[in-house]
Design a protein around this ligand. Structure first.
Ligand SMILES: Nc1ncnc2c1ncn2[C@@H]1O[C@H](COP(=O)(O)OP(=O)(O)OP(=O)(O)O)[C@@H](O)[C@H]1O
Ligand SMILES: [Mg+2]
Length: 274
């Protein structure tokens, strides 16, 4: 389904993505992990053609998407919708209009200028918001919503494109653990129910383990791990992150701590100050 062959991106002499190769045979939910600068975003940007590769191939359903031009390239960009850490919504615009922006690629300039959307699209947008559990916010301005709700609006906007693949670049990095969980559950459900492939760059190990079928670990532009959550042991994780023996999984965790934990920490801190 997806075949990446020796994909490389150089900035000057430095390879940000260095001969990356892997193959995915069926639609699944894939997590890409690795420390800052490992090349995760650059990989997604090449896949969605936001940036051009220096070398290599990327085949989706047998077609090399890196050589597509013009209308075919735009169609591909619509087939693989991108979601970003900062949501990229229009803050002062209402939620439904933000979602309808997902149809911009196939509308005339004039219709766009006058904010004219076909009724069918408006219904579709509201249905999608309903699926994501945020239809009651449809008329509010995007900026009035919580981070987790805003990210679900961004997912809804992506779904308006009816994409085959959803690329998510650190979709939960700006969210608190509760909102992070809601957003990851939404992505997982879209994969399970619609069969869309999801590829998400993730900062935290536990999120990748919990939601993904397959995890790709990158280090210095290369793939250093490719396997299932069960195969991603602490030792392997240490290698991916290039950390020493003091490596702690907690440092890469978004785990929701229960109340007792917080109280215990506060008690300890209180002792220190006394
Ligand atoms: N436009 C650019 N020009 C020059 N160098 C770049 C550019 N974009 C990325 N890089 C470099 O490429 C490498 C990979 O960057 P990338 O953003 O892909 O990493 P990342 O894994 O997404 O990191 P993070 O977890 O911080 O988002 C880094 O060394 C970065 O400095
Ligand atoms: Mg990045």
């Amino acid at each position: 389904m997806l075949e990446v062959k020796s994909l490389t991106k150089r900035f000057g002499t430095k390879a940000a993505v260095d001969k990356v190769s892997f193959q995915i045979d069926r639609s699944m939910m894939i997590g890409i992990i690795g420390r800052s600068g490992a090349g995760k975003s650059t990989f997604l940007r090449m896949m969605n053609r936001l940036t051009d590769a220096s070398e290599g191939e990327l085949l989706f359903e047998g077609r090399n998407v890196l050589s597509l031009k013009g209308a075919e390239k735009r169609q591909w960009q619509s087939d693989c919708a991108m979601i970003f850490q900062q949501f990229n919504l229009v803050p002062r615009m209402d939620v439904v209009s933000n979602v309808l922006h997902g149809t911009l690629g196939r509308r005339s300039t004039l219709a766009t200028m006058f904010n004219l959307y076909p009724e069918e699209d408006i219904h579709k947008a509201i249905d999608i918001l309903g699926r994501l559990g945020i239809s009651e916010h449809a008329e509010k301005r995007a900026e009035a919503l919580s981070g987790g709700q805003q990210q679900r609006v961004a997912i809804a906007r992506a779904l308006m494109q009816d994409p085959k693949v959803i690329l998510a670049d650190e979709p939960i990095a700006s969210l608190d653990p509760m909102n992070a969980q809601t957003v990851m559950e939404a992505l997982r459900r879209i994969h399970d129910e619609d069969g869309r492939m999801v590829i998400a760059n993730l900062h935290t190990l536990d999120t990748a383990r919990r939601y993904c079928d397959r995890i790709i670990g990158m280090r210095d532009g290369r793939v250093v791990f490719d396997g299932t959550p069960a195969q991603l042991t602490t030792g392997v994780a240490r290698d991916i992150y290039g950390a020493g023996a003091d490596f702690s999984e907690a440092a890469t965790s978004t785990e929701i701590r229960d109340h007792e934990d917080v109280e215990a920490v506060e008690r300890r801190l209180a002792k220190v100050t006394v």
